[in-house]
Design a protein around this ligand. Structure first.
Ligand SMILES: Cc1ncc(COP(=O)(O)O)c(C=O)c1O
Length: 385
């Protein structure tokens, strides 16, 4: 059966051009970039080229990019590093809809170090109240950590405005931009963030590689002790093949971003409009305009999201309910609950997330099967009226 993969916020297909760029680093190009000899020097040049490619995608300087193993590690480095530096005086401000990589890290800092933590609520659109945010005290010991794009709804926080505000008051800003990088233009030369996390496997590079952007002049203590790799911030011999893959994926994303966005947005809008029109009790979750172009999150009243996923799966269609990292738990997603969704809507939230590898025929197939799935499940639902 043909698979229709609409779960690109969970992970993406590795681009064949990325695979091709990586392959020599498993065979003939196996040197250690820290070695003095020519095998090492050659590899070092590839690592530095990848750093330039990543920097190029987000309008940064290459020396502001630190390679890590994933987005979660980058988030941990930023938040734990800040708290290590500012100790008990640290004050963390984040939102109620962050990915666990930020949410749990901030909560752990509060539990273990007794520091102040504020989780900003969101409204029904998934947006924070900027007026309330601007009423919060900000000091040099404050770290504001807010995601750029939400993984479940695609809703965007206005990071440019937030960063300007915090910096003008002497605080620091980190953004978990794992879902945003590669899906929308990001320019660190005009956005005064201090730190930003990104992850390879969300933008057609493999799993197991990410990066932390650290603005020039911003210092963080290392979390790992060992060698001097990554300017002493992240010990461990570099994962060269994967770093090269991340660099290539960023180069491709930069070239394609405008076209891709238009193409993916058209597919997303087609699917969203059709499902909202044809499925009874369907409701869009999250702000319609301030959103990533590839994501739609729809609730189908009184139906379990997991049941929808199973029937979609029978049709060869992969989607997601809540975030992939929290599946396995039957609790409704913390993002939907924070947006104030009722139990019957929160439980039925279904996310379709697209990429350039999706086609219109695939979207047509989903549009064809979804109304039947919704009708069938609603007939069985004890919650349906
Ligand atoms: C918003 C967000 N932040 C962080 C992460 C974690 O990234 P990684 O899987 O690379 O650790 C994810 C992954 O789903 C995410 O969606």
């Amino acid at each position: 059966m043909q698979t229709i993969y609409l779960d690109n916020n969970a992970t993406t297909q590795v681009d064949p051009e990325v695979v091709e760029a990586m392959l020599p680093f498993f065979t003939e190009k196996y040197g250690n970039p820290s070695s003095i000899h020519r095998f090492g020097g050659l590899i070092r040049r590839h690592v530095e080229q990848a750093r330039e490619q990543v920097a190029g995608l987000i309008g940064a300087w290459p020396e502001e990019i630190y390679f890590t193993s994933c987005g979660s590690e980058s988030d941990n480095m930023a938040i734990q590093g800040f708290v290590k530096q500012h100790r008990i005086k640290s004050r963390l401000v984040t939102s109620a809809v962050e990915h666990p990589a930020v949410r749990n890290t901030c909560r752990r800092q509060k539990e273990e170090h007794g520091i102040a933590l504020e989780e900003l609520p969101v409204d029904a659109q998934g947006l924070i109240d900027l007026e309330h945010f601007k009423s919060l005290p900000i000091s040099p010991d404050t770290l504001v950590s807010l995601m750029w794009a939400n993984n479940e709804t695609g809703v965007l926080f206005p990071l440019e405005e937030i960063a300007e505000w915090v910096k003008s008051r002497g605080g620091s800003v980190h953004s978990d931009a794992v879902q945003a990088v590669g899906k929308m233009p990001i320019d660190m030369s005009t956005t005064p963030l201090d730190m930003l996390a990104l992850s390879g496997h969300k933008l057609h590079a493999p799993k197991g590689v990410g990066a932390l952007y650290l603005r020039k002049g911003v210092k963080l203590p290392a979390l790992l002790q060992g060698g001097h790799q990554e300017n002493g911030l992240r010990a461990g011999t570099e994962n060269v093949a994967y770093i090269v893959g991340l660099g290539k994926a960023c180069e491709l994303a930069k070239k394609r971003i405008d076209n891709e966005n238009n193409q993916v947005r058209k597919l997303r809008d087609k699917l969203e409009n059709a499902l909202l029109a044809s499925c009874k009790g369907a409701k869009l979750n999250g702000a319609k305009e301030l959103r990533l172009p590839n994501t739609t999150n729809i609730s189908f009243e009184a139906i379990e999201g997991e049941a929808i996923l199973l029937l979609l799966d029978e049709n060869g269609i992969a989607a997601s309910s809540g975030s992939a990292c929290t599946t396995g738990s039957l609790e409704p997603s913390h993002v939907m609950l924070a947006m104030g969704l009722s139990y019957t809507y929160a439980h039925s939230s279904t996310r379709f997330s697209m990429s350039i590898f999706n086609t219109e025929e695939e979207i047509d197939k989903v549009i064809e099967v979804m109304p039947g799935i919704v009708e069938r499940l609603r007939a069985l639902s004890p919650f349906a009226i």
